[in-house]
Design a protein around this ligand. Structure first.
Ligand code: GLA
Ligand code: ZN
Length: 673
């Protein structure tokens, strides 16, 4: 349980009472209670307010808010406010200001704008955490610490450059090693002194959109910047832990956010939390996958849905409203995938600046007679009714999909073979195939123990880190099924090519050699022609993007290309290795192929869908003790019928359900077994 003081699914969100005068506060509390809200995230952007100058700290306003809410049964998720530095700090200590990708020194403004290697930022943010820890350590209202907010962005200033060199020295020890690893004899880049190394940005090695002349330095800079921000988090974390060793600490993440290696971050957090902002057209499977990734950061431990909008965002080109029922549906989707909280940005809409048109529980009209408030209130009541029944329940998956940020960076930085290769999309394709079948998935890092899975899928495993090929071999030898795709096994963790033939270190496991890789405009298709029927796979399917030209070195050829000069050569292979199998898909296959492939292999491994449902109706389960909760969620705009084999209780209504049951558009059932 995140904090046993509030033993239910927490319900609430970001609340900025400091933007309002007194008059609104009591009304807020009245309406929060009406909506069943029991936690408010306070102090997210109040640094300037609480520290008007270098030596003055004033928390009386914050005290008031925490106390008023607590007296009304509402707990606090207490933020440290360090995601936007005060203007006085930027004026007095310009080192807090970042230098951007184009080498421009920033002025005061915006947020998430502090240089992570600024001595000023580090000193004052740590001190703020210390002050807050000291002041609120015994306050009964505080449930959890929320450090900063959505860490992100990179800096290219002199302090970053200096620390980068220090970081590189630690990593490589000698310049010889660094020169060799980055292959600096290319384009005459040999470094003789550490201070010849400068951050890779538009002034040096990089162009807009992950274009780099030197992947070695660009990859290291991403790891370094992610680590630098993580160091800032750790400074605050440690300052807080000193005062409150037993209070959990989190910071809100952003799903597949490209710039930070969240698997590293997850290790430093007591509970993972994240902000979910799907648009009206985001595939629901994409949202499901992101929840699963966030759950995977701490190997399956429940996470917090820290933010979602009750209705609309302000930062999309077209800020569509969540249709009636959708906020509720997506709240339960988060819970179904492992969330133990449902929280919003924001509880009350602000009057000015850029988030005044962002949805909120309390709209500008100021009263509770709104669609959004009604829907919020319904969820509030239901979460009270569910009480602690779901807390800590786990998702039990037999299939893992490997996702790795460094692999992503290396793929995105790669000059060739195709600009259209999108790692996250390719991962999603395999996820979506399992999602469609209601087969639970764990999204895992390369560090995860694989032995608990029957199937491990690592789409585009371009980078094979030290020891990972052995780990995969061990897994397959012991009976596991491993699936990977084209453009895998190409480089080591420094983005240096593994010589001796692709797919490098995976060649033995896969029983193939890839001689060449063809790349075509994605509109140009080739065909995956099945040699024989394989499970539910038969006939032919389209593929595009990249085309590995493969020689079997012992693997069984499952399908061949249908056209081009490599027509008739292998495109899909399966290699028996020890007790298991290693499958290779040598091109970017159409979704239909991936669906059937996954289905064939799941059948082979006797992995059954949780339920068979009409398309658009998702079934996901969490279990705890001897109980299983199957969430049935209708993402369609029309009513659907689902077949429930076993008599179950809908935990939301306590009704018994069985047989053919209607589920309304955007409806949810939680079947308890
Ligand atoms: C992010 C931030 C919030 C707010 C919302 C708006 O998630 O954390 O402060 O800006 O976006 O969608
Ligand atoms: Zn910097």
């Amino acid at each position: 349980m995140i904090n046993s003081k509030l033993p239910k699914i927490w319900y609430g969100g970001d609340y900025n009472p400091e933007q309002w005068d007194k008059g609104a506060w009591d009304e807020d509390v009245r309406m929060f209670k009406l909506a069943g809200i029991d936690v408010a995230t306070l102090n997210v952007f109040s640094w300037a307010l609480n520290q008007p100058d270098e030596d003055t700290y004033d928390f009386t306003g914050l005290d008031d808010h925490i106390n008023r809410l607590y007296e009304n049964g509402i707990y606090t998720c207490l933020a440290t406010s360090t995601a936007a530095h005060p203007a006085w700090m930027a004026k007095k200590y310009p080192d807090v200001l970042r230098v951007d990708f184009h080498g421009r020194k920033r002025s005061f403004g915006g947020r998430h704008n502090s240089c992570p290697n600024s001595p000023t930022y580090r000193k004052f943010s740590e001190k703020m955490a210390d002050k807050l820890g000291e002041r609120y350590k015994d306050h009964p209202a505080v449930l959890i610490w929320h450090v900063s907010n959505e860490y992100g962005g990179y800096c290219y200033c002199e302090n970053c450059a200096k620390n980068f060199r220090r970081w590189l020295k630690q990593k490589y020890v000698t310049l010889e090693k660094l020169n060799d690893t980055w292959n600096t004899r290319f384009w005459g880049h040999t470094f003789y002194e550490w201070d010849e190394i400068v951050p890779p940005n538009a002034l040096s090695e990089e162009g807009e959109g992950n274009v780099s002349a030197f992947q070695g330095i660009s990859l290291d800079y991403r790891i370094f910047q992610s680590d630098s921000l993580l160091d800032c988090y750790k400074l605050e974390h440690d300052a807080l832990k000193k005062h409150t060793p037993n209070l959990p600490i989190t910071t809100n993440l952003m799903g597949f956010y490209p710039e930070l290696d969240y698997f590293k971050w997850g290790k430093e957090m007591d509970v993972v939390s994240w902000d979910s902002y799907p648009g009206i057209d985001t595939p629901v499977s994409q949202t499901a996958m992101t929840h699963d990734l966030m759950r995977g950061l701490k190997s399956g431990q429940p996470f917090m849905l820290m933010e979602q909008t009750p209705s609309q965002q302000n930062w999309q080109p077209y800020n569509s409203l969540k249709r009636p029922g959708v906020m509720r549906l997506w709240s339960y989707q988060a819970v179904a995938h492992g969330a133990d909280t449902v929280m919003f940005f924001q509880l009350r809409r602000s009057v000015g600046a850029c988030e005044k048109y962002h949805g909120a529980v309390i709209e500008h009209v100021g009263h509770e007679h709104t669609r959004v408030f009604n829907e919020t209130g319904q969820v509030g009541k239901e979460l009270q009714h569910l009480s602690d029944s779901l807390l800590d329940a786990r998702v039990d998956a037999k299939v893992a999909i490997v996702y790795d940020w460094e692999n992503r960076w290396a793929i995105e930085l790669s000059s060739g073979p195709s600009v259209s290769l999108d790692y996250v999309n390719e991962v999603h394709k395999y996820y979506a195939a399992l999602y469609e079948k209601n087969i639970p998935v764990d999204m895992v890092s390369v560090e995860e123990d694989l032995s608990k899975y029957d199937i491990v899928i690592a789409p585009v495993l371009y980078m094979v880190k030290q020891g990972y090929a052995e780990k995969l071999e061990e897994y397959v030898k012991n009976g596991g099924t491993f699936i990977t795709t084209y453009f895998s096994g190409i480089v080591n963790e420094h983005d240096k090519v593994t010589l001796g033939g692709y797919p490098g270190e995976l060649r033995n496991l896969l029983g193939i050699w890839v001689e060449e890789i063809d790349a075509l405009d994605p509109s140009r298709k080739n065909q995956i022609v099945m040699k024989d029927k394989w499970g539910s796979l038969q006939g032919q399917y389209d593929c595009n993007l990249l085309f590995d030209i493969i020689h079997s070195e012992g693997a069984e050829v499952i399908a061949e290309y249908g056209s081009e000069f490599y027509k008739g050569t292998p495109v899909v292979t399966s290699n028996k290795f020890g007790e298991g199998n290693a499958v290779y898909v040598g091109s970017s296959a159409e979704q239909g192929f991936v669906n059937e492939l996954v289905s064939t292999i799941c059948e082979d491994k006797s992995i059954q869908p949780l339920m068979t449902t009409p398309s658009g109706v998702e079934a996901t389960a969490r279990s705890k003790d001897d109980k299983t909760f199957v969430f049935v969620m209708n993402h369609n705009d029309q009513e659907e019928i689902v077949d429930i084999n076993e008599v179950s209780t809908n935990a939301l209504t306590n009704e018994k359900v069985s047989g053919s049951v209607k589920i309304e558009a955007h409806g949810v059932m939680i079947l308890e077994k």
